[in-house]
Design a protein around this ligand. Sequence first.
Ligand code: BTN
Length: 266
Amino acid sequence: MDWTTQHGDNTDMDQKISLFDDWTILNFDSLESTNDYLKQNDAPKIDKLVVDTKIQTKGRGRRGRTWISQEGDDLTFSLLMNLGELPNDHWSLSSLVAGLALSDFLNSQNITHHIKWPNDIEAEGRKLCGILCETTKKDDKFFVIIGIGMNVNSQAKLYQTIEPGAISLAEINTKQWNTENILHGFLEYFDARWQELHHQGPVAICKTISNRLLGKGKQIEWQLSPESPAKLITLDGISESGLLLAHDENESFEIQSGEITWRHLF
Ligand code: BTN
């Protein structure tokens, strides 16, 4: 496999390869986007590959947003996982499993936080981590690319454009964090949750996520789209297929990813 192939417009392809447990980690100085790197046709496609970079020049968030980070201070990386042994109807749980593993890691560091469905981690009402999941295919094998951005040592004021405002680990616990240790710690938790999803299915995982869910049992304002009228709903948790469960005064219902905007009322 050629690990040194040029990809797109990436200007700095200096990279190191390291191993951690059975993960292969490609460390770059600079990439446009770790997700985009893995989506390129000629990018390596092996199970449990991690692409990590000190800085992204075209980092992407969900819904076409930009993901900004501070060079060397924050974590921007993507996992490539083979979806082969996972039933198709569990594929969409990949991002929830990643969020839960981030949450496991943060718990291990005594960082108070919540999982904000579907993909974010919030602390002190501000965004600490974002996740962008995409699928890719190579030789009839399907993979999920799980892109993760975590604000680690940077100053949140750099990200004032992000809603609902950003926060970094260093702003919660004022110490200098080692980004490599965080990555390794996260990978261990992710491995355990990924195995749990494969061997025990989604029930316990979704229940644990429900217990850590931002706004669980609280009333929030929900809009189907920015143009739709706002509605008051109460969050109940997430279903076994990863959908948000909620109720209003008339009925219980499920909310699918991409359908909601939030305005906190608590
Ligand atoms: C979001 O909250 O909207 C998702 C943000 C995801 C950002 C990460 S950083 C690593 C990976 N590469 C990207 O271009 N985006 C994801």
